[in-house]
Design a protein around this ligand. Structure first.
Ligand SMILES: [Ca+2]
Ligand SMILES: [Ca+2]
Ligand SMILES: [Ca+2]
Ligand SMILES: [Ca+2]
Length: 333
């Protein structure tokens, strides 16, 4: 059961493993009010914003209006939208490799540097560090965080590093892709706090560490492809989902559907405000962003652009996965 209200938060119920008592118990958690995913203006509807990474300009795809502009020196940085000041609106934000987080919020700019990469195995070029902001401890505010891919270690503001996930096989670079886990943090257990989570493209395995119980679940999704976690059924818990190389979307544990999306950035957000995430396809080569069954927005076709509804920890891997698919299909590898 899940009950939402506009401003008063929500209640999520279900079976939870009570770690203190060591028993399985039924119960409810009150989830404090928090920003809805990718809702920049606070109306509880996700906003289809995208960024031209060359110019640092953010646009609203519905109107074409410029909604945010990065300073010239910050262009090309990672996109890390989140509610950093807790005002229930998601804020445009970027971060660079020096760890300067610039948020269009009451928190402004702050420093939280990425972890040391000197231990990275030599010759391992395609894995590094990616930003993974989330509401890890405070449901009301987004915290800065980094995921170091080669040893699957999480660095969250105010916390000691946590190793969770699989860093890949040392020296396992192959045609721009490795067997390392992709970071897919989200609130899978519905308690309002982000759960550590990874998806492995080669093994098709999704691992989640519940923020509520610390229990780890490992799911073999049976599908290799692009991870697109979102709350598709509107129960307040993010669902695992994968788009395979044939453009079929698989909501794990639920439906799958074929959408002739083609080569695009696949992401999902609740674009019509009914509480359920809507699949979308932001084309690489066409000036179009489709939200399945809802809308088709025209976007410019400059080369370096992406939807902000796709976390950058996934974005950097989407390019690798698509390249890998083309590579296999064309027989280069
Ligand atoms: Ca909105
Ligand atoms: Ca959680
Ligand atoms: Ca769900
Ligand atoms: Ca929806």
């Amino acid at each position: 059961m899940d009950r939402r209200t506009k401003r008063a938060g929500r209640v999520t119920c279900g079976l939870f493993l009570a770690t203190v008592l060591g028993v399985v118990a039924s119960g409810c958690v009150v989830v404090p009010n928090q920003a809805a995913p990718y809702d920049f203006d606070g109306d509880r509807v996700a906003d289809p914003y995208w960024i031209n990474r060359t110019t640092g300009t953010w646009y609203d795809a519905r109107t074409g209006a410029v909604v945010h502009t990065e300073p010239a020196w910050a262009r090309g940085d990672w996109v890390v939208a989140g509610d950093y000041d807790g005002d229930k609106n998601v804020d445009p934000a970027t971060v660079n490799l020096a760890g300067q987080w610039r948020t269009a919020s009451g928190r402004g700019s702050f420093s939280f540097p990425p972890p040391d990469l000197s231990a990275k195995p030599s010759g391992w070029v395609s894995v590094g560090v990616v930003p993974v902001p989330g509401n890890y401890t405070d449901p009301a505010r987004t915290q800065a965080a980094w995921y170091r891919e080669f040893d699957a270690t999480w660095f969250i503001e105010g916390h000691a590093p946590i190793q969770f996930g699989f860093g890949g096989t040392p020296g396992g670079d192959r045609d721009g892709f490795t067997d390392h886990d992709i970071a897919v943090p989200a609130d899978y257990d519905g308690d309002g706090r982000t759960d550590l989570a990874t998806y492995n493209h080669e093994a098709a395995v999704w691992r989640i560490r519940s923020s509520r119980t610390n229990a780890v679940t490992e799911t073999n999704t049976g599908v290799s492809g692009i991870p697109v976690p979102a709350d598709y059924d509107g129960d307040g818990k993010v669902d695992m989902a994968v788009v395979d190389g044939f453009a079929t979307w698989h909501i794990i544990g639920s439906s799958s559907f074929d959408w002739e999306g083609g080569i695009c950035y696949e992401s999902a957000a609740d674009f019509n405000g009914d509480g359920r995430a809507d699949p979308s396809c932001f084309y690489f080569n066409y000036p179009t962003w489709w939200a399945l069954g809802l809308a088709s927005w025209t976007i410019d076709s400059s080369s370096s652009r992406s939807p902000v509804t796709m976390p950058d920890a996934i974005y950097v891997n989407v390019l690798r996965v698509h390249f890998y698919w083309i590579c296999v299909r064309e027989g280069w590898c």
